[in-house]
Design a protein around this ligand. Structure first.
Ligand code: SF4
Ligand code: SF4
Length: 370
């Protein structure tokens, strides 16, 4: 059997240079942009400075982090929209997409102007940029599934990028919209996804594995509860009744048992933090049904009432038994004492008795003492 040669980090990448065109002109608070500046695995600087071997050279065009402004900043976006950008590009979108068809006049969201001097809407940019993009990434829950702006009763008809471009959208590289949700996105989750895509562009990784909600599978395959520091309290039916307690906060409104998110395990910045670990209830911000299906936030989740009642009964018994066991485990064994008798149960084997000496029985140390 022949095996394919392993990809080489020293070979020239399949795509040598990749531009990242980042649009923050959806409906958003720009929190995802702020969030990624805290990433460490890898950091933004790592990718921009080419600190990791094998990846394409990355150029970032970001309205908050760019040196250029005005038309100078928009140049690569305009070229890309015309299909004339000289290099492959990754389109990153932050913020939800308002439905401009619902406007009677004016617009909901725009970036720069059109040839006629009118604001160029975010929808117009997306219509022109997405078909030319090597890949499209939605950063944060507003961009992925709509988030707060797409709540029931909103006036803008806002939606996520996946709904706007279509769940069957495919980029130039054959990718669907890659969704990295979170409100805001966890910094390392976003940067790790970006790194994966850079390795894919270099020809060093296979197609990025995504789940049914188009989230990177390896980042969103476990519930918050499965990684939570307070899981032990939940299992023992030990629930907090007020904030500030170290116990499980499910009765204060935590949705962790049914939410797919790695923040409790990964932490927030450099491994520190993570909502329930530090006392914040999980409100399900990585989920397509956020926020409507998780409200009101401060109430105990309806499903948790039944499961926590069951855990409570079982947990009380388990806790009582564990306390009994624990009090025994907290005491040292009785034979650890400075007394004159060896009471460990040790029996000296006959073969180990030095020649000429009689084998003695346990407790002989006491007999040898004056
Ligand atoms: S605080 Fe939330 S995630 Fe943590 S153990 Fe309790 S219910 Fe689970
Ligand atoms: S733990 Fe819950 S609230 Fe916190 S980031 Fe994850 S999904 Fe959002």
């Amino acid at each position: 059997m022949t095996t394919a040669p392993a990809p080489s980090l020293t070979a020239a990448p399949r795509i040598a240079e990749l531009d990242v065109l980042w649009i923050t002109a959806g409906l958003s608070c720009d929190g995802d942009s702020i969030s990624i500046t805290a990433a460490t695995q890898p950091s933004l600087e790592d990718l921009l400075l080419g600190a990791l071997p094998g990846i394409p050279k990355m150029r970032l065009h970001h309205p908050v982090l760019a040196v250029e402004n005005g038309e100078e900043f928009l140049k690569p976006f305009r070229a890309a929209a015309r299909g004339e950008h000289p290099r492959p590009f990754l389109l990153v979108v932050e913020g939800s997409i308002p439905n401009e068809k619902l406007n009677r006049e004016g617009y909901w969201a725009a970036l720069g102007t059109r040839d006629d001097g009118q604001p160029k809407t975010t929808c117009e940019w997306l219509d022109e940029l997405a078909p030319h993009a090597w890949g499209v990434v939605a950063a944060g829950t507003c961009a992925t599934y709509g988030g707060v702006h797409a709540m029931s009763g909103n006036p803008t008809g806002a939606m996520g990028l996946v709904d706007y471009l279509g769940w069957d959208f495919r980029s130039q590289a054959g990718l669907p919209v890659v969704c990295v949700p979170g409100c805001p996105v966890q910094p390392d989750n976003f940067m790790e996804t970006l790194l994966y895509l850079l390795y894919q562009a270099a020809g060093l990784s296979p197609m990025i594995p995504l789940d049914h909600a188009l989230r990177p599978r390896w980042l969103f395959s476990q519930t918050v509860h499965e990684g939570c520091d307070r899981g032990g309290y939940y299992e023992q039916g030990d629930f907090a009744a007020e904030y500030g307690s170290r116990k499980c906060i499910v009765k204060l409104g935590c949705w962790g048992p049914v939410v797919m998110c790695n923040v409790a395990r990964r932490g927030w910045i450099a491994g520190v933090g993570g909502c329930p670990n530090v006392g914040g209830i999980c409100i399900g911000c990585t989920m397509p049904g956020f926020p409507d299906k998780f409200m009101p936030f401060m109430d105990e989740p309806p499903g948790a009432k039944m499961s926590s009642a069951a855990v409570l009964m079982y947990g009380r018994t388990v806790r009582a038994l564990r306390n009994f066991t624990k009090s025994s485990l907290e005491k040292e064994p009785a034979w650890r004492s400075p007394g004159g008798a060896l009471t460990t149960g040790y029996v000296r084997p006959a073969a180990a008795t030095p020649a000429g000496l009689d084998a003695k029985e346990p407790g002989d140390a006491a007999e040898e003492k004056p």
